[in-house]
Ligand binder design. Sequence first.
Ligand SMILES: CCCCCCCC/C=C\CCCCCCCC(=O)SCCNC(=O)CCNC(=O)[C@H](O)C(C)(C)COP(=O)(O)OP(=O)(O)OC[C@H]1O[C@@H](n2cnc3c(N)ncnc32)[C@H](O)[C@@H]1OP(=O)(O)O
Length: 195
Amino acid sequence: MTLASPRTKNNHNCLFTERRILLCCAPYKESIGVEAAWRTRIRDGDRLCTECVPRGACKFGVSVLAFDDAAQHMRSTILCPAAYEGGPGVAHGGWVCAALDEVLGQTVMEYHARVVTANLSVDFRLPVPVGEALTGHAWIDALDGRKVRATGELRLAASDAVLARATGLFIIIDPAHYVRHADWLAQQKVTGGTA
Ligand SMILES: CCCCCCCC/C=C\CCCCCCCC(=O)SCCNC(=O)CCNC(=O)[C@H](O)C(C)(C)COP(=O)(O)OP(=O)(O)OC[C@H]1O[C@@H](n2cnc3c(N)ncnc32)[C@H](O)[C@@H]1OP(=O)(O)O
């Protein structure tokens, strides 16, 4: 099976940079359109969360390699940074969750511009080595209204052994989601949550 548009971690050209700015900053101020069509892929390219945009790389060490259009399957390249070591030589479980959230989230965002994770269930099958090449694999299972279900795996690149597996529920949000949150937070601070 041929993987479309292979990308590397350092393949940060202008197009991707523009896209990141569009995806990470603008969506909460103006709509870039709502995708209605299930299994219609909306774009191609790495996306970064707000805080990682200036650095140009995911702080969790996840980068999207390629999307297999035929299989609707996202493959990522991953390296657990030393900062997320938990036990000796192995990743903290929180990093495993974050990496899988990213891998699944990136996959869902290939179809839906704005989603947040509502639920993530992780099976820790084997310790995940720090500083060893890993791969992420994820795919979408189902769409039900605003709910998108996805599954993903973290594998050891050397052998393809599955180290951790997650299922996630992602909710499609509207452009005002973060504005509403900021208003809610401000109100909580005023009322102490009593209003
Ligand atoms: C980190 C942020 C990234 C932002 C993107 C920036 C660009 C980045 C670009 C590239 C990134 C690459 C990838 C990143 C991936 C990471 C994504 C994350 O980690 S997101 C952060 C963690 N998640 C939250 O902070 C959500 C907090 N929760 C909420 O905001 C709300 O609870 C929300 C939006 C999830 C739902 O609230 P409602 O009011 O909009 O909708 P209601 O009616 O409650 O739920 C809709 C349906 O979903 C079900 N639902 C909701 N939560 C559920 C749950 N936990 N379990 C089961 N069902 C649930 C409900 O029962 C309902 O179902 P029925 O339509 O009635 O059938």
